[in-house]
Ligand binder design. Structure first.
Ligand SMILES: NC(=O)C1=CN([C@@H]2O[C@H](COP(=O)(O)OP(=O)(O)OC[C@H]3O[C@@H](n4cnc5c(N)ncnc54)[C@H](O)[C@@H]3O)[C@@H](O)[C@H]2O)C=CC1
Ligand SMILES: CC(C)CC(=O)C(=O)O
Ligand SMILES: [Mg+2]
Length: 364
C-alpha cells in the first residue's frame, strides 16, 4: 500500500525520537512492500521561530490531507514565557482534526520491570489502556487573567462524553469487557454529568461490558497498588494526562509509552506520551520506544496494517527483553552493558523486526 504520512518532529527530543520511528516505519515498509511517503513540517516552538505561529495553516492543511500524522513533542524553556506557546499548536491540531479519543496503552516488559520503582510482583502482566478525552475540558475552556486572579473553565457536553465512553466500551469488548470511568463526581459538576452519561451509555448500549466508577484521587493510588486489575480506563482530558504519566512508571519510563489520538475518520495523530524533555534534548540518549510504538499504532489504526503493527510491537518487546536499553532504563542498574543511544535503540528494534516479521507472517 501507499500512504502519505506528515511528520511533525516538534521540539527538544521530538526530532530525535521521530527520526527513530520513521526509520522503523521505513524498515517495516521495505519488509512488507509498502511505500510510506513522509512530509516533515514544523510544529511548536520550532514553528514559532520559523513561521511565527505554533501551527501554520499550511501545516494544518497538510495534516488534513495526510493518511496519518506522526508527532514528537512540543515545548521548552525558550518559549515558556511568551504569549504564543508551543503547546497551543498541539491543542489546535487535536481540536481542528476532531481527535477526541487519546488511546494510551500501558504494558510492562519483563526486563524493564526492574526499572520500575514499583515492586515487580505487582507489575507482571499489567496490560491496560487509558482512553483520555482529548478535545474538551479545562485545556480548552475559556481563560481569564488579571493582575490578582486567573481562571480556566472546565466544560463538557453530553455528546462529548457519550462518544468517548462509546469508544472505551467498544475497545473493552475486544478485551476483558471491563471499563473504569474516572472522575471527581464528589466535587465537580462536569464529573457528575460525566458519571451520569457514562452509566447510561454503558447500561443501554454495552450491557456485556462491566462499568465501574472511581474518583480520580483514589484512582491515582489504586493504579500503583493494583495495576493488574485494570483493563480499560476512560477519563476526561486533564485527569487522563496526569494518570498516564503516573502509569508510565509501571512500565519503567515515560519514554516507553505510545499514544493514538483518534476521531471518527481513519486519520489520527500518533505521538509518545512524553514531552520535549529539555533536560536530555540534543544528546541522542532519549528512549525512542514510545515514538516507535506510536508508529505501530499508526499502522494499525490509520492504515489498517495490524500484522505490521504487531511485528513492530514484538520487535520492541524482544529488543528490550534482549537487553537493549536506553539510559532511562539502564540507569536503574539492570543493564550490564553501557546504555544504548536513541539511534542504536532504533537499530536494535529494526534488527529484531526482520525476525519478528517472519514470525508474524508465519502465524497469520
Ligand atoms: N505532547 C507533548 O508535546 C507534550 C509536551 N510537553 C512539554 O514538554 C516540556 C517538558 O515537560 P516536562 O514536564 O519536563 O515533561 P517531559 O515528558 O518532557 O519529561 C519528564 C521527564 O521524563 C524524561 N523523559 C521524557 N521522555 C523521555 C524519553 N523519551 N526518554 C528518556 N527520558 C524521557 C525527561 O528527561 C524528564 O526528566 C514542556 O514544555 C511541556 O509543555 C509535555 C507533555 C506532553
Ligand atoms: C498540550 C500538551 C502539552 C498536554 C500534555 O501533556 C499531553 O498531551 O500529554
Ligand atoms: Mg502529558
Amino acid at each position: 500500500m501507499h500512504a502519505d504520512i506528515v511528520v511533525l518532529p516538534g521540539d527538544g527530543i521530538g526530532p530525535e525520537v521521530t527520526a527513530a520511528a520513521v526509520a522503523v516505519l521505513q524498515a517495516a515498509g521495505r519488509r512488507y512492500g509498502h511505500t510510506f511517503r513522509f512530509e516533515t513540517r514544523l510544529i511548536g516552538g520550532a514553528a514559532i521561530d520559523a513561521e511565527g505561529a505554533p501551527l501554520s495553516d499550511a501545516t494544518l492543511d497538510a495534516c488534513r490531507k495526510a493518511d496519518a500524522i506522526l508527532l514528537g513533542a512540543v515545548g521548552g524553556p525558550k518559549w515558556s514565557d511568551g504569549e504564543i506557546r508551543p503547546e497551543q499548536g498541539l491543542l489546535k491540531l487535536r481540536k481542528a482534526l476532531g481527535l477526541y479519543a487519546n488511546l494510551r496503552p500501558v504494558r510492562t516488559h519483563p526486563v524493564a520491570l526492574t526499572a520500575s520503582p514499583i515492586k515487580s510482583h505487582l507489575l507482571t502482566g499489567v496490560d491496560m489502556i487509558v482512553v483520555r478525552e482529548l478535545t474538551g475540558g479545562v485545556y480548552f475552556g475559556r481563560r481569564t487573567r488579571t493582575d490578582i486572579a486567573a481562571s480556566d473553565l472546565c466544560e463538557y457536553t453530553v455528546a462529548e462524553i457519550e462518544r468517548v465512553v462509546r469508544r472505551a466500551c467498544t475497545l473493552a469488548r475486544g478485551r476483558r469487557k471491563f471499563v473504569v470511568s474516572v472522575d471527581k463526581a464528589n466535587v465537580l459538576e462536569t464529573s457528575r454529568l460525566w458519571r451520569q452519561v457514562a452509566t447510561r451509555v454503558a447500561r443501554d448500549e454495552f450491557p456485556d461490558v462491566r462499568l465501574e466508577h472511581q474518583l480520580v484521587d483514589s484512582m491515582a493510588m489504586h493504579l500503583i497498588a493494583k495495576p493488574r486489575e485494570y483493563d480499560v480506563i476512560v477519563t476526561e482530558n486533564m485527569f487522563g494526562d496526569i494518570l498516564t504519566d503516573e502509569a508510565s512508571m509501571l512500565a519503567g519510563s515515560m519514554g516507553l509509552l505510545p499514544s493514538a489520538s483518534l476521531g471518527e475518520g481513519r486519520g489520527g495523530v500518533y505521538e509518545p506520551i512524553h514531552g520535549s524533555a529539555p533536560d536530555i534534548a540534543g544528546r541522542g540518549i532519549a528512549n525512542p520506544c514510545g515514538a516507535i510504538l506510536s508508529a505501530a499504532m499508526l499502522l494499525r489504526h490509520s492504515l489498517g496494517l495490524d500484522a505490521e503493527a504487531r511485528c513492530i510491537e514484538k520487535a520492541v518487546a524482544d529488543a528490550i527483553d534482549g537487553g537493549a536499553l536506553t539510559a532511562d532504563l539502564a540507569l536503574t542498574g539492570i543493564a550490564a552493558r553501557p546504555p544504548l543511544g536513541t539511534d542504536a535503540m532504533a537499530a536494535a528494534v529494526i534488527a529484531r523486526l526482520e525476525v519478528e516479521c517472519e514470525a508474524v507472517v508465519l502465524r497469520d
